[in-house]
Design a protein around this ligand. Structure first.
Ligand SMILES: Nc1nc2c(ncn2[C@@H]2O[C@H](COP(=O)(O)OP(=O)(O)OP(=O)(O)O)[C@@H](O)[C@H]2O)c(=O)[nH]1
Length: 459
């Protein structure tokens, strides 16, 4: 069944008012934190507690991880999919899982903690509404994840820069410190001011003590393993907090935008892509334009939360089967959109950015890497237009010579040509037109140096 677009919008609005299907509001969650904080263990155990992983799979995971000499990773085994991930015991790609709580249908993006995989983390966080930060409470470990160069700090700043406003902090491995209340309080006290500085409102930040491996305070806080924690903790479980996350408002009226985050080229059965529908609505049978390029594709099926659906609305993390398209034209980072409302292509644009804690200031002509959803491209900061007051946004100085750490500025960015070929423009929109399409991150030599929003496309 396919609807005319205005009919479809009516249908979507109706189902949003009285949340349809399963009667739950959906949202997506990126799991972030320092390497080895226990992100995969926590998600693996949580999925088990919620009945998403059966005992047979659990036993098989236990057996296989023990055989590989990594028994402590048995809970993570279910999530860390590829052989290399299992051998190294770290998550590299972004794993996608889903589960439901009483009121929410949650899609989880388990992002890798290792520094060299920050681009995957950016891809994960740019598809999420909320973040779950996992920190390791063991002596010295929390500190390592949080000091300069630690991933807890960087992940939080990146998540906020990508538009995530709500965060749950799970303070994990408390079994390692005998469930000491003092250690929990100490970590909360260290994190609170940092979260505020990074732009998270205190009312949108919650903390929860957990023991991922033992399954303490994930779905329930009971049994022998939870005894010590129960002596001083009477608050919500992790699932209670997840159940109370607020789904952000969805922009269903703007044209559809789907940055491709993954491509699966099947044999014979066509090609599938996965990504997040940032705005608008789409339906089966619809023709979409692939940008950059001249190609179009027809949506053969839409899968959301492992179910085939006739249509999907903004905020859905979906998999689309596409037909009538040459798969070569599909690349990670390309954007699918209606042929009548294509995304502009940019090779030069202006942006308002915030400079992070950089050691080397940014000068005009600085070569950088530009991140937009799952795409990263070489670029140049081609002009420093003005430094801005961080709170009012007013111009402090026009044509500054350098941009130093913690400053705010308007700059012009130009894509850089690779070798002999010209830089290929890529799909981008001003933040004022489409929030989710207008956010960028700027990195240099493996370090994130700035984040910002696109103000104008110049060409
Ligand atoms: N003692 C204790 N160990 C834990 C707990 N949670 C996780 N671990 C251990 O910590 C190690 C790292 O766990 P992972 O779940 O792989 O960590 P991760 O954060 O997903 O790591 P990356 O994916 O590499 O970023 C494993 O050896 C786990 O068994 C816990 O609650 N208590």
């Amino acid at each position: 069944m396919s609807f005319a677009k205005d009919k479809l919008l009516e249908e979507v609005k109706k189902s949003m008012q009285s949340p349809g299907g399963k009667g739950k509001q959906g949202l997506s969650l990126v799991v972030i934190g320092h390497v080895d904080a226990g992100k995969s263990t926590l998600m693996g155990r949580l999925l088990y507690e919620l009945g998403r992983v059966d005992d047979r799979t659990r036993t098989a995971n236990e057996r296989n991880s023990t055989k590989a000499g990594k028994s402590s990773f048995s809970w993570a085994w279910g999530l860390d999919g590829t052989t290399e991930e299992r051998e190294r015991g770290i998550t590299m790609d972004v794993a996608l899982q889903s589960f439901s709580t009483t009121q929410r249908q949650i899609t989880v993006l388990d992002a890798p903690g290792h520094k060299e995989f920050i681009p995957n983390m950016i891809s994960g966080a740019s598809q999420a509404d909320c973040a779950l930060l996992v920190v390791d409470a063991s002596t010295g470990e929390f500190e390592a994840g949080f000091e300069r160069g630690g991933q807890s700090r960087e992940h939080l700043i990146l998540a906020r820069s990508l538009g995530i406003a709500q965060v749950i902090v799970a303070i994990n491995k408390l079994d390692q410190v005998q469930w000491e209340k003092n250690r929990y309080d100490e970590i909360c006290a260290l994190l609170r001011p940092f979260l505020v500085q990074s732009g998270f409102h205190p009312s949108k930040t919650t903390f929860v003590p957990v023991g991922a491996m033992l399954g303490v305070n994930l779905a329930a806080c009971e049994g022998d393993d939870a005894k010590q924690l129960l002596e001083w903790y009477k608050g919500p479980t992790l699932v209670d907090l997840l159940d109370n996350l607020e789904p952000p408002s969805r922009d269903i009226v703007s044209p559809a935008r789907i940055p491709i985050s993954n491509i699966f080229k099947g044999q014979g059965s066509g090609t599938s892509i996965s990504g997040r529908l940032l705005s608008g609505v789409i339906q089966v049978g619809e023709r979409l334009r692939v940008l950059p390029g001249d190609e179009t594709a027809v949506v053969k099926s839409i899968e959301v939360e492992e179910e085939n659906v006739p249509w999907a609305a903004a905020g859905s993390n979906l998999t689309l089967a596409l037909v009538s398209v040459d798969p070569i034209q599909l690349t990670i980072g390309s954007v699918l959109c209606p042929p009548t409302d294509p995304v502009p292509l940019a090779s030069t644009f202006t942006a308002k950015i915030i400079i992070f804690d950089v050691q080397v200031p940014i000068i005009s002509g600085a070569t950088v890497e530009l991140f937009h959803h799952s795409r990263d491209v070489p670029a140049t900061v081609s002009k420093l237009i003005a430094t801005l007051d961080r709170t009012s946004g007013k111009i402090v100085k026009s044509n500054p010579r350098v941009l130093v750490k913690a400053s705010s500025a308007e700059v012009q960015i130009t894509l850089r040509a690779m070798g002999s070929s010209n830089a290929r423009p890529f799909p981008l929109e001003p933040y004022a037109v489409n929030k989710a399409m207008g956010r960028i991150l700027i990195r240099r030599e493996g370090e994130t140096i700035a984040a910002g929003v696109v103000t104008a496309i110049l060409g």
